[in-house]
Design a protein around this ligand. Structure first.
Ligand code: ADP
Ligand code: 5GP
Length: 189
């Protein structure tokens, strides 16, 4: 399908809702969809690679890039800073392909102000209990960071109505299909 204009999709939702899992599955079926690599001050998790999952920056490096005006948006999420580099958005849009920003709710609302045509998609877990189980199952959190993420999830869920689309990640295959059809519908519009 040829597109009249590349679309900017913003995907957010609580940590552990399944954004990364869904985006990887969608991109396997829609290889022309770009994904920006964000910058962060948090430590890499096991298996994460610099420049692939994130650009891992020190606090000083992040501050320098904020001061240089290098970010489209950035936000403090949980206890670290995360941001979208303008160079990443430009690199992807210059190829004429649609792209996904997987960013938190504060970043999503900032992107919508700057790019009103951006399509905001909220991925929600079936319940906070399921979210807790998924975060524990992922094995990535300490007891403290688990509680922090669950606490943040409650305030993130309150902003779900500001999104253009909401996809509940219950069954993974079903949610993947729904997300793909949402993306196709907006690419055609
Ligand atoms: P996020 O990127 O939103 O933080 P992840 O994609 O890392 O979330 O998913 C969190 C955990 O939940 C992972 O261990 C993932 O394998 C699992 N998961 C994701 N989607 C589902 C689903 N629909 N059903 C069961 N487990 C899921
Ligand atoms: P994690 O540490 O689990 O990889 O990500 C934590 C949170 O940071 C997630 O909600 C994720 O969407 C958000 N995030 C990742 N990259 C960015 C970004 O570039 N900007 C903003 N605002 N949030 C981001």
């Amino acid at each position: 399908m040829s597109l009249s204009e590349p679309k900017l999709f913003v995907i957010s939702g609580p940590s552990g809702a399944g954004k990364g899992t869904l985006v990887a599955r969608v991109r396997a079926q829609m290889p022309n969809l770009g994904l920006t690599v964000s910058a962060t001050t948090r430590e890499p998790r096991a298996g994460e690679m610099d420049g692939v999952n994130y650009y891992f920056l020190t606090d000083e490096e992040f501050t320098a890039r904020v001061e240089a005006g290098d970010f489209v948006e950035w936000a403090q999420v949980h206890d670290h800073r995360y941001g979208t580099l303008a160079s990443e958005v430009e690199r992807n849009l210059s190829t004429g392909q649609s792209l996904i920003l997987e960013i938190d709710v504060q970043g999503a609302l900032a992107v919508k102000e700057r790019f009103p045509d951006a399509v905001l998609i909220f991925i929600e877990p079936p319940s906070l209990e399921v979210l807790r189980e998924r975060l524990i199952g992922r094995g990535s959190e300490t007891p403290e960071s688990l509680e922090l993420r669950l606490h943040t999830a409650e305030s993130e869920m309150q902003l779900r109505d500001r999104y253009d689309e909401i996809v509940t990640n219950d069954d993974l295959d079903r949610a993947t299909d729904e997300l793909i059809s949402v993306l196709h519908r907006h690419e055609r519009s």
